[in-house]
Design a protein around this ligand. Structure first.
Ligand SMILES: [Mn+2]
Length: 328
């Protein structure tokens, strides 16, 4: 993919954190990382973050600074999530008094905890946004013995990533939006927008006529995130509804509406984004979601990857949410 590979003996790939820095510190300690001269690191391994550091939790500044120090010291890399992408749009003026991501009451409410940590257009805010713009949109990992793996926030699709490159900058190491990024990413009638939506938020499907559910903000939704790693036979197996109850649809009805390609490459893929719950699991021997809902009293999860090409739940390490972590 022309994306310079990140090489290490082993990698610890860490799911969506959303400001829960205490949970991250506990996870890093569990994995054998230590804080030396203010920077967390490991003598033989690198940490890889799958995105969505920001929004929700109250300690986003401490988290962003911890991760940034690790990245700047060569101990880690961040593949950005849709929440970092949205933060960039929210911070960027269009020149007509509005912003690439609208400052609507809903958008502002969802971003408020971040803005409480980084006052809007303060020097620290602008600096962090600049740093996000220059982080990769996906990563290719390789162990010292040459074993490959892939990382992206929500959905991997080779041809779509190729198409996306014409809107990106290559910084010598990875494909990034860049400082003077292409504003078409934020215009809904543009290909660049569709590609980012797909890769950072994942494919979605329209529910059948008359079916809908109410999300945690009591907003009625008529589309669902969809499972792109196994071919579901029913709506229940195919939709990722985060526990929300669908009205007007029998979820055990056959499902024939898959809007995307099932991932069937041989290279393992790690991602986040999907608010998993229940028993810890990998999705297939090649596919592992690492978002286990720390910001909804779930778990913060890492996959301790040593180059194996068949993934196993035994390589996942979890920190359970507790009131002592990040809730004071
Ligand atoms: Mn996400």
């Amino acid at each position: 993919m022309n994306n310079k590979k990140i090489v290490a003996q082993g990698f610890d790939i860490i799911g969506d954190i959303h400001g829960y820095v205490d949970a991250l510190k506990r996870l890093l300690s569990t994995l054998g990382y230590q804080e030396i001269n203010g920077v967390w690191g490991h003598p033989k391994r690198k940490a890889i973050f799958v995105g969505d550091l920001v929004d929700r939790g109250t300690k986003q500044k401490e988290l962003c600074e911890l991760v940034r120090k690790m990245v700047d010291a060569g101990q880690a890399e961040l593949s950005i999530g849709n929440h970092e992408f949205n933060a960039v749009g929210y911070a960027t003026a269009k020149g007509d008094g509005t912003y690439l991501r609208k400052h609507s009451s809903t958008n502002t409410k969802h971003h408020q905890a971040f803005l409480d940590c980084y006052p809007f257009h303060s020097a620290e805010h602008l600096e962090m946004i600049e740093w996000f713009k220059n982080r990769p949109l996906w990563l290719e990992l390789e162990t010292l013995s040459g074993q490959p793996a892939r990382v992206i926030h929500a959905y991997w699709h080779n041809e779509k990533l190729e198409l996306l490159k014409k809107y990106l900058h290559h910084n010598g190491q990875a494909w990034v939006m860049g400082t003077d990024f292409d504003q078409r990413f934020y215009h809904s009638d543009e290909e660049a927008f569709d590609l980012i939506e797909l890769l950072l938020k994942g494919p979605e499907v329209d529910l059948p006529q008359g079916a809908s559910y109410f999300d945690s903000g009591q907003k009625e939704r008529k589309r669902s995130r969809v499972n792109w790693w196994t071919k579901g036979k029913t709506w229940r197996e195919s939709c990722i509804l985060g526990g929300f109850k669908v009205n007007g649809l029998d979820l055990d009805e056959p499902f024939n509406a898959l809007p995307c390609k099932i991932y069937d490459d041989e290279i393992p893929i790690f991602f986040g984004h999907y608010w998993m719950n229940g028993e810890l699991a990998v999705q297939t021997s090649k596919v592992a979601c690492l978002d286990w809902s720390i910001a909804k009293k779930g778990r913060l999860v890492a996959y301790r990857w040593d180059g194996e090409q068949d993934l196993s739940v035994n390589k996942m390490v979890a920190v359970q949410w507790s009131v002592e972590l990040d809730e004071h």
